[in-house]
Design a protein. Structure first.
Lengths: 173, 512
């Protein structure tokens, strides 16, 4: 146990002494966190749906929960069920085999709800194309989308900006 | 060349690893499979094409002591069928089912002929990779009843999970048959992410193809981009300059480190040790930011291109990466000690989700999970291609085959990759970054690379205009998904996420 405590203590000091480039975006991250809290005044619950991505976007969405971005520290949580969610964060392209599952997930999310499409493929099918025998293309072809975040994949800071854009454009309450 | 005991002549491909291609008939196809199985060879991939040459063909790639053997035979267009090889190589079962879904080539006398990649998106008598298929055509959703194997008996019930899972994970369906908490059987159903990648390749130029290959499985973008580039270079007879090869290896090892860091954090977290997730996800973030600073992309997408690389590393970047490799080595040593001494973690890891070496060999477990179950295969050490031929890669391995072994192996491989990264940074030769490359008409090439998850294989055929006639991308997850079904037998349901994470297989890479 003492090794863990020592490790915790060690790293708190280290991250406070982070060099410039990291601090710069940390300030931006904090600004966005405060903005989300100001707009919402409470927690935001996100349900992530992978509707056919290459998994690259998921890696960057995972990063939102690391100690640098600390999204959960701002009261924004990823939840296990759409029934608990205010916002769906959907990566694409939407494969035809995920079309029904995505629609059902949307229907299971209580209104008012927000949808953020993630990544070039979530926006318009990206490199996988707009429509084919196996792909529906962008998320908006299957469910209504409030905000689309471009990038392949979008960096975590862009994901945070996109989530903020969605909640400021149309607050859930 | 004619490998001992085989009646087929093989021609060497102009590739950096030993790869040979030979043509045969139906009898030769079966004889090859039998002989390679008896000699202890492995099935790497199985695919087919109707767009490469006048007649359709089916092909299998095997790993043998001589290297990779690409065995191919021409099919009858009117009734395309080939002898089943799943009795010899069980991993072929799902590949054969997928081959039928996409091309309508039938495996004769196959045991399991249920659809695999096809759900409801296209009818059973339409084959998307046939030359006469219209890629823009969309079909109304067909019925999607899939005959799962059911388990009956007192107190047995089913738990159906997915396709939308509870976390930030790719979609797939798991059907558990359980008694109380104990898993009697797991059956997977994948194919939810099938987005027509292989159809999309047809007619693309090299640049587009390289981008698409880098998005078959986002966590292995470097491995796929390298395998695709190697296939194109093999086909064209072009060698990338040394500096490009060293940079590629640097990128590949950086991808391995990033994924192992992410997995170790997630494994700790799945055993209720949140501290591990905080530390390892922080380390991973440092690592990805270095990627962004040094190479211009956090996940290193599109950095490898056919003929060379599309990135450069300056002296400052080199110093930065060296310093990070040194720092990470110290951090990892401390974290490993914490993992080793944590009784709660070890209690969850040890004996959980075990795949014995005998079962692993029988079913063809490969890559990282294979090495944790005594399957000592690593292309970087077995067939070291440049620049690995200068680095003497130490092959890591374990025999217990449980979650603990897969955790141990990740630590071992991290230390080895960090050593390789330092050696690559120190020895990085000067020179150009790219050789000119154009695809010759109607030729074939292959790429074979040890990605972080296992061996990634790409087979590439060019058409009469030097564009892509067919590109088959194979993920090691094809081999390893069926083993996950075995690994959970007798374990409790709450340990499934932990076992699943310890394999960390790709859905996108196998759904294509």
């Amino acid at each position: 146990m003492w090794r863990i405590l020592r490790e915790v203590a060690r790293h708190r000091r280290v991250s406070e002494a982070l060099p410039e480039p990291a601090c710069e975006w940390q300030r931006e991250g904090q600004r966005i966190q405060h903005e989300i809290l100001r707009v919402l005044g409470r927690a935001l619950a996100i349900r992530e749906v992978d509707a056919g991505s290459c998994n690259g976007c998921e890696l960057e969405i995972h990063a939102l929960n690391n100690p640098y971005y600390n999204l959960e520290g701002a009261g924004i949580r990823f939840v296990a069920s759409p029934r608990h969610a205010d916002l769906l964060l959907v990566t694409g392209p939407v494969s035809r085999h995920m079309e029904t599952a995505l629609r059902r997930t949307y229907e299971a999310t209580p209104a008012p709800k927000l949808v953020v499409a993630v990544g070039d493929c979530g926006c318009d099918g990206g490199i996988f194309g707009e429509q084919s025998y196996a792909s529906c293309g962008g998320v908006a072809r299957v469910i209504p989308v409030d905000v689309a975040i471009t990038g392949c994949p979008p960096a975590p800071i862009d994901l945070m900006r996109g989530i903020l854009a969605a909640v400021t454009a149309r607050p859930p309450d | 060349m004619r490998p001992a005991g085989l009646e087929v002549d093989f021609a060497a491909l102009a590739a950096p690893l030993p790869m040979h291609r030979g043509r045969t008939d139906a009898d030769g196809w079966s004889a090859c499979a039998r002989h390679i199985a008896e000699a202890g060879g492995r099935l790497v991939s199985l695919w087919g094409s109707d767009t490469s040459r006048d007649e359709p063909y089916v092909a299998a790639a095997y790993a043998s002591a001589e290297g990779l053997l690409w065995v191919e035979f021409e099919l009858d267009r009117a009734a395309p069928a080939y002898p089943d090889i799943a009795r010899l190589f069980p991993a072929a079962g799902r590949m054969q089912r997928a081959l039928f879904d996409l091309l309508g080539f039938r495996a004769e006398q196959a045991i399991d002929v249920r659809p695999w990649l096809r759900h409801a998106a296209w009818p059973e008598d339409v084959f998307p990779l046939r030359r006469d298929f219209d890629p823009a055509r969309r079909f109304p959703a067909a019925g999607d009843a899939y005959p799962f194997v059911t388990v009956e008996g007192d107190g047995v019930h089913e738990i159906a999970v997915g396709p939308v899972h509870a976390g930030i994970i790719e979609p797939g369906h798991f059907r558990f048959s359980v008694v109380g908490e104990k898993v009697l059987r797991l059956e997977q159903r994948l194919g939810y992410k099938h987005k027509g990648i292989e159809r999309r390749f047809i007619g693309m130029d090299l640049g587009q193809g390289a981008q698409l290959a880098g998005r078959v499985s986002g966590d292995s973008t470097v491995a796929y981009a390298w395998a695709f580039a190697m296939a194109a270079e093999t086909l064209a007879g072009v060698e990338p300059p040394p500096r490009a090869l060293w940079l590629r290896a640097l990128l590949l090892e950086r991808e391995r480190v990033a994924n192992h860091l992410g997995d170790l954090g997630a494994l700790g977290n799945d055993a209720a040790f949140g501290f591990a997730l905080a530390r390892f996800s922080g380390l991973r973030e440092d690592w990805l930011r270095d990627n962004g600073e040094a190479f211009g992309h956090r996940l290193l997408m599109d950095r490898i291109c056919p003929g060379g690389v599309a990135c450069e590393l300056d002296a400052a970047g080199r110093e930065r990466l060296l310093a990070r490799a040194d720092a990470a080595t110290g951090e990892l040593a401390r974290m490993r000690r914490i993992f080793d001494e944590h009784a709660g973690l070890q209690d969850r890891f040890v004996t959980t989700g075990r795949v014995t070496p005998a079962l692993a060999a029988q079913l063809g477990l490969c890559g990282l999970a294979g090495r944790a179950s005594g399957q000592a295969f690593d292309l970087r050490a077995d067939f070291p291609w440049p620049p690995y031929d200068r680095l003497a890669v130490r092959k890591c391995g374990h025999h217990n085959g449980d979650v603990a072994a897969r955790v141990e192996l990740r630590f071992d491989e991290l230390f080895e990759s960090l050593r390789l990264i330092r050696a690559l940074l120190v020895g990085l030769p000067d020179g150009p970054l790219r050789s000119e490359l154009a695809l010759p008409a109607l030729a074939s090439g292959a790429g074979w690379v040890e990605g972080w998850r296992g061996e990634v294989f790409v087979a590439l055929d060019s058409d009469a205009h030097g564009r892509i006639a067919r590109c088959h991308c194979h993920d090691p997850s094809w081999q390893n998904w069926p083993l996950l079904e075995h690994a959970v037998i007798g374990n409790i349901v709450p340990d499934f996420p932990l076992i699943n994470k310890s394999f960390n297989l790709s859905y996108s890479g196998q759904d294509l």
